[in-house]
Design a binder for this molecule. Structure first.
Ligand code: TYD
Length: 139
C-alpha cells in the first residue's frame, strides 16, 4: 500500500457560534480508534526534532490546537511531509510508520490522541531496526 493511503488527513467540524469555536473529537467515530491516552507537546521550537520513532501497536491522531508544526512520515519506502496548521485538522497515523515532528512555531501546542496506554516497549527508536522489522533492506 502506498504511503499516501496509510495516513489520513481528518477535518473536524466546528460547533462554534458567536461565543467562539468548539471542536469535538470522539473516539471510534471521528478518529478510527478508542482514545486511551492524550498528551500534548508545547515549548518546542524550530530547532528541535521530536518523534524519531515508529510504534508497533499505537495509532495516533495529531492536532495542532495552536500554532503549527510539520510531521515527516516515512514507511521505509516513501516519505511525506504534512504541515499541521489548523486546529480542526487532524493527522491520523497508523502503527508501524516512522515519524518525525519538527519546525514547531513558538505558539505550537501539538495535541496527540493515542489508541494505547503508554508502553515504551512498543516503540522502535532506531531507524535501522525499523527497516529490519518491516522487511526493507535499504531505502
Ligand atoms: P518521547 O517519546 O521522546 O516524546 P516525542 O515522541 O514527543 O519526541 O517521550 C519523552 C519521554 O516521555 C520519554 O521518557 C517517554 C515519556 N512518555 C511517557 O511516559 N508517556 C507518553 O505517553 C509519552 C508520549 C512519552
Amino acid at each position: 500500500m502506498a504511503l499516501q493511503d496509510k495516513f489520513r488527513i481528518l477535518e473536524f467540524p466546528d460547533l462554534g457560534d458567536e461565543r467562539g469555536k468548539l471542536v469535538v473529537v470522539e473516539g471510534e467515530d471521528m478518529v478510527p480508534f478508542a482514545i486511551n491516552r492524550v498528551f500534548y507537546i508545547y515549548g518546542s521550537d524550530d530547532t528541535v526534532m521530536r518523534g524519531q520513532h515508529a510504534n508497533r501497536i499505537s495509532e495516533f491522531v495529531l492536532i495542532n490546537v495552536s500554532g503549527t508544526s510539520k510531521v515527516r512520515i516515512d514507511d521505509g519506502v516513501e516519505e511525506c511531509i504534512v504541515e499541521l496548521n489548523r486546529p480542526r485538522m487532524g493527522l491520523y497515523l497508523p502503527a508501524m510508520v516512522w515519524k518525525d515532528m519538527y519546525d514547531f512555531s513558538a505558539d505550537s501546542v501539538l495535541l496527540v490522541l493515542a489508541s494505547t496506554h503508554y508502553d515504551g516497549a512498543e516503540y522502535i527508536r532506531n531507524y535501522e531496526d525499523y527497516l529490519k522489522e518491516i522487511g526493507v533492506t535499504k531505502k
